[in-house]
Design a protein. Structure first.
Length: 86
């Protein structure tokens, strides 16, 4: 029996078993927090009020390790939410 499609989630079912939920800020005042915003027929994102605050004090970090499929080491720079402290 097939489960219900989860359009807001991407999963890499390799060795790491990584899942990523897509989030978006409310597109308008009438958007329901926690609801889904359908971007394409097979892609949606969770409406998340306050999402912009997570990146206001962002920091740049370097991530190193195996890829999500677990077979190759790599590194990349990424922006992450900062501590919010001055």
């Amino acid at each position: 029996m097939a489960g219900k499609p989860t359009l807001q989630r991407w999963a890499a079912l390799g060795a790491a078993g990584v899942t990523v939920d897509f989030l978006v800020p409310p597109p308008d005042a009438g958007a329901r927090a926690g609801g889904l915003l359908h971007i394409e027929g097979d892609l949606a994102a969770i409406v998340t009020p306050g999402l912009g605050l997570a990146f206001r004090d962002r920091e740049r970090v370097t991530l190193r390790g195996p890829t999500a499929s677990g077979y190759r080491w790599t590194s990349c720079a990424a922006s992450v939410s900062g501590s919010g402290r001055p």
